[in-house]
Design a protein around this ligand. Structure first.
Ligand SMILES: [Zn+2]
Length: 92
């Protein structure tokens, strides 16, 4: 873990030290909080974008499916009406 140096004063950093012994600059190991937050925002934006992308395709699909279902129901109702046009039946 040796070989890390302060980016401000150049002092060598003790392994595990939270602050530089030379200038008291904060030491961050790995990703900083800002870098993690940025990555989280990128991930959220990508997820939201892909979700909107999918919805933009699925809404027309839903509308088309509902319209086709209603049209088919209307056609079959009309066909059934015409097929029985000459019928006279009683029911109880
Ligand atoms: Zn320093």
């Amino acid at each position: 873990m040796s070989g890390h140096h302060c980016h401000r004063c150049g002092s060598s950093l003790h392994p595990g030290a939270m602050k530089c012994s030379g200038c008291m600059a904060g030491v961050v190991y790995g990703a900083t909080g800002a870098e993690k937050n940025h990555a989280a925002k990128v991930g959220a934006a990508l997820m939201l974008a892909s979700w909107c992308y999918l919805v933009s395709f699925s809404i027309p699909a839903i509308v088309t499916g509902v319209a086709a279902t209603l049209a088919a129901a209307g056609l079959f109702r009309l066909a059934a009406t015409r097929a029985r046009a000459g019928y006279v039946r009683t029911f109880y």
